[in-house]
Each structure stands twice: as structure tokens, then as C-alpha cells.
Design a protein around this ligand. Structure first.
Ligand code: FE
Ligand code: CA
Length: 515
């Protein structure tokens, strides 16, 4: 048996080492591994009508303390039109470099639109699992239907990713991940599972946290089954952070270094285009996807550009439920930042899509908590950025934008809401529909908090924090169906799935109703 140090030496010594240039790390010509290098699975994502990203990361010892050798490793890839990889249509070699944690992000081009493909990686003699992916339909086409799921909030300690096992067996074109892909924090015993490694603060520790999450076989199955489109929320970096500001008011320069490491680790572990590489600590993650003329998705980043949460309390920032907080309403406060806000509005105006979907992290509709002990609004959500929400919703109303659907996560609860420019006024017209998905595994807030609050928020039609799962949307020209899917338990990896409730939105009539 080799120990870890010897294993790494074996990797280093057994290969012909070729130096590419002064700047490039040496390359292993014939890599061999003493453990399976595809332990983190495979993934694909960010599909276009003729392209898609294929991802893997070499990690023969994902949770060990030793890192991979400081050499580049050639990874062969292949994409085929059949599940057994017989009809290969493209193949090539990419280099897994130490600079990017030995991940590869291969942008396959010149693919036919609206089709399934299968892909596989090979390094030395080792082959990866086979993944399946799909291109978007041709931009001008009129697809009959789109089926997609959206997910969020997968706390590893708080439960098994059972929901992903079932999601992998759904019939879907795409999956949207709306954030909290990992959770930072120290290990907390007493939960169904335990984090490995300390609270991540630098590249090495974020890589370890992602490696733990990516080792989960049910998460891997979901990634292998569908292309994913991913946007982040707070826990990919730190709870309730806002731009350069941590909730503990860490020195912003130091926090920015931490954020930079977290952003890099996020890129390294997800099937993103290389444009999502962190540059000077910034990443442009907001982007658009078009599913023919049927639907367009504007995917937003609610974290990187936002103003700090209003009405911080006793030196601790982040979210609070506040009843009296004028700062919450300040006209210049922004959730999205000026540039992203303008980009969103421009995109909505230019789009000829039938359904306009805004995919973002949080509950957009107003939610007033009306319990004896808890009264007011949650400042980390859109309720802490009222003017920002107002600008977006008023723009949508002014443009007479039809068929707006907002999807979100973050609150570990299902939610269905009418979107309006005045939530206080029952006569204010409904201008869009909102669906919020519950968490994959993260604990929900006490049900009573939402059950009682729902009564004083008539625009909120459904709110239930008791279940873990995901949301499936079946979209046609005339009807949008939403199915809230729930697992019976996250305390075991093998629980069953069922539908909690289904909703319908009709073409041209914003607002969902239960079916
Ligand atoms: Fe969460
Ligand atoms: Ca969150």
C-alpha cells in the first residue's frame, strides 16, 4: 500500500515530464493514478444552441490533505450521439492545470441544436462515468415544450441529497441551480452528516468543501443526467455577505481576498464557461439563456453588487427581521448594482421570447411577518432592497411585458406569489408570477412563521417550509405548469418522492392557481 506522499511521488516519477514553456507548469505525458481520478463525477452546463460546457476535476484523493502534483495533466474528452459512446462526433485533449485545481471546462462548439449528447473523459487508462447533456433549440425556433427543474440550498450536514436521486430520473431539458451549492462553516456534530475540514477561508479550504459536496453520488447523478445552469447565493462565500461586506464586518480588503478564493473554487467545481473565471476578484455571473422563442432566462447575481443590508444591529450585519427601518426604503439602494439592473431591463425590452423568466436567488414578493414575536421584513431578501425591486417591477409594468415568471430559492420553503408594483394594495394589478423552490436538504424555518404570515400577505398564495425537494416546470406556449416535488425525509439517502402541489399559469394571465 502506498501512503499519500508516496502516491503523489509515484504520479510525479512515473511520467515523462515535458516542460511547455517557462510560464507553464510541466505536463505529464502518461498519467497514472493509484486511485480513481474522477471521484467528483462529471457535469455539463451553460448550453447554447450549438455549444455546451463539459466539466470534470481530477481528484484521486478528494478529501485527503495532500494536493495534486504541480503539473498539468492531459485529459481526453469525447462527445457522442449515443449513450454507449459508439457514435463519437468530436474528441480532443484538454489540460487540467494546477492553477485551476486540475479542473477542466471544455466548451464544445459546432453542435447541432436541441439534441441529446453523451460525453466521457479519459486520463491515462482511467475513464470517467458517461454524462448526458443537451443543446438549446435553435434561437428562432418555436419548441413545443420545455421541461426544467430548479434547485437551491444543499446543506451537506443537514441531510442527504435524496432529492437529486429523484431529480436525475425526471424528464428534463435543463436544471437551474439558484445558489447555496455549498455551505461554509465549521463541522457541527449532531446532524445526519458531518462537514470535513474547517470553515473555508482560502482556496485550499474552499476546494476541500466543494470536493466533499461533489463526492456525493446523488448530486453526481443529477449532474450526469442534465446540463446545469448555476448562479450563486451567499453560502458559496459566507452567510449573508453583501458585495465586499461580511456580516461580521470583517475588514473589506481581507474579506475580498476570501471572496476571491471562494469565487475561484466555485468556478473550478461547476460547468461554467471560462468567462466565469475570477478576474481581480470579480466574476460576471449574470447571463442570459434562450430556449428557442419559447422562453428566455435572465440569470441574476443578487450578491456581488448589492448594497449592505439595512439597519445592522449592534455591530453585526446580515439579515434581520425589522419593523421600523427607513433605510430599507431608501431610493438609491440596490440589490443588483447599476450595471446589472440596466442589463436586465435592456434584455427584457429586447427579448422576443414568449415566457420571460428571471432566475435569481431570493423571494422577490414582499413578505411581511406578522407574528406577536416576529414582525416586519427580512432585510437580506428583496424586502431589504425595496427601491431596487420597485425599479424592476415598475419597468416590467411600463413595458407591458407579458408572461413574466420569477424563480428563486434561499428561504428553504416553497412559495408561490403574485408580483405587483404595490403589494399593499389588493387592487394593484398582477404583473408577473413567482415560484420559490424549497431546499434540497437545508433545514426550513419553523412552519408557523410562514403559516401565520401568509394570512396577512394575500398576494402570497402558497408558502410551506416543511418539506425538502425541488421544483419541476413544464412549459408550453399556452400553459406553464409548476410541480412542487418533495422527498419524505433527508435523514436517509433512499427516501421516496411525491408531488406536494401543482400550479398553473395561463398565457397572458399573470398569477398562478393551484390545480
Ligand atoms: Fe440556503
Ligand atoms: Ca442563502
Amino acid at each position: 500500500m502506498l501512503n499519500r506522499r508516496q502516491f503523489l511521488l509515484t504520479v510525479g516519477a512515473a511520467m515523462g515530464v515535458v516542460v511547455l514553456s517557462d510560464q507553464s507548469p510541466p505536463t505529464l505525458a502518461q498519467p497514472q493514478f493509484s486511485a480513481y481520478p474522477f471521484s467528483l463525477g462529471v457535469a455539463s452546463g451553460d448550453p447554447g444552441p450549438d455549444s455546451v460546457v463539459l466539466w470534470t476535476r481530477l481528484a484521486p484523493d478528494p478529501l485527503g490533505s495532500a494536493s495534486m502534483p504541480e503539473v498539468s495533466i492531459p485529459v481526453q474528452w469525447e462527445i457522442a450521439t449515443d449513450p454507449h459512446m459508439q457514435q463519437t462526433i468530436q474528441r480532443g485533449t484538454a489540460y487540467a492545470t494546477p492553477q485551476w485545481g486540475h479542473s477542466v471546462h471544455i466548451v464544445i462548439q459546432n453542435l447541432p441544436p436541441g439534441q441529446w449528447f453523451w460525453y466521457q473523459f479519459q486520463v491515462g487508462q482511467e475513464k470517467s462515468p458517461i454524462g448526458r447533456t443537451r443543446t438549446m433549440p435553435e434561437p428562432g425556433s418555436q419548441p413545443e415544450q420545455l421541461k426544467f427543474a430548479f434547485v437551491s440550498c444543499q446543506h451537506y450536514e443537514q441531510g442527504y441529497f435524496t432529492a437529486y436521486h429523484h431529480l436525475a430520473q425526471e424528464e428534463l431539458d435543463i436544471v437551474f441551480h439558484l445558489g447555496d451549492y455549498i455551505y461554509e462553516g465549521d463541522p457541527h456534530p449532531g446532524n445526519p452528516r458531518l462537514h470535513v475540514g474547517p470553515n473555508p477561508v482560502d482556496l485550499e479550504t474552499y476546494r476541500l468543501r466543494y470536493a466533499l459536496y461533489k463526492s456525493d453520488p446523488q448530486l453526481q447523478a443529477a449532474h450526469a443526467a442534465f446540463p446545469f445552469i448555476c448562479i450563486w447565493d451567499d453560502h458559496e462565500v459566507d452567510e449573508d455577505y453583501a458585495s465586499n461586506q461580511s456580516q461580521d464586518f470583517t475588514d473589506p480588503a481581507a474579506f475580498r481576498q476570501r471572496r476571491k478564493a471562494a469565487y475561484q473554487a466555485y468556478y473550478e467545481h461547476l460547468p461554467l464557461r471560462p468567462t466565469a473565471r475570477s478576474q481581480a476578484g470579480q466574476v460576471q455571473l449574470f447571463r442570459r439563456f434562450q430556449f428557442g422563442q419559447l422562453a428566455e432566462f435572465c440569470c441574476l447575481d443578487n450578491r456581488q453588487y448589492r448594497d449592505d443590508q439595512p439597519c445592522a444591529n449592534n455591530g453585526k450585519g446580515g439579515g434581520y427581521v425589522v419593523s421600523a427601518c427607513h433605510e430599507r426604503l431608501a431610493y438609491n439602494r440596490s440589490m443588483l448594482g447599476k450595471q446589472q439592473e440596466a442589463w436586465l431591463m435592456q434584455g427584457l425590452q429586447n427579448s422576443s421570447a414568449h415566457w420571460h423568466v428571471i432566475a435569481q436567488q431570493q423571494l422577490m414578493a414582499e413578505l411581511k411577518f406578522g407574528l406577536e414575536t416576529v414582525q416586519g421584513y427580512w432585510t437580506d431578501g428583496w424586502d431589504g432592497y425595496v427601491a431596487s425591486r420597485q425599479r424592476v417591477l415598475q419597468y416590467i409594468e411600463q413595458q407591458h411585458l407579458k408572461n413574466l415568471v420569477v424563480i428563486g430559492g434561499d428561504i428553504h420553503s416553497f412559495g408561490v406569489a403574485d408580483l405587483k408594483t404595490n403589494f399593499q394594495d389588493p387592487q394593484s394589478p398582477v404583473i408577473g408570477t413567482e415560484f420559490v423552490g424549497t431546499s434540497i436538504s437545508s433545514d426550513g424555518l419553523p412552519y408557523v412563521l410562514y403559516a401565520l404570515s401568509k394570512k396577512i400577505n394575500p398576494h402570497i398564495k402558497f408558502l410551506d417550509s416543511r418539506y425538502r425537494g425541488y421544483v419541476v416546470c413544464h412549459v408550453t406556449h399556452e400553459i406553464w405548469y409548476t410541480h412542487l416535488r418533495i422527498v419524505n425525509s433527508v435523514e436517509h439517502a433512499d427516501s421516496t418522492i411525491q408531488t406536494l402541489a401543482s400550479f398553473q399559469v395561463n398565457n397572458g394571465q399573470p398569477g398562478a392557481f393551484k390545480i
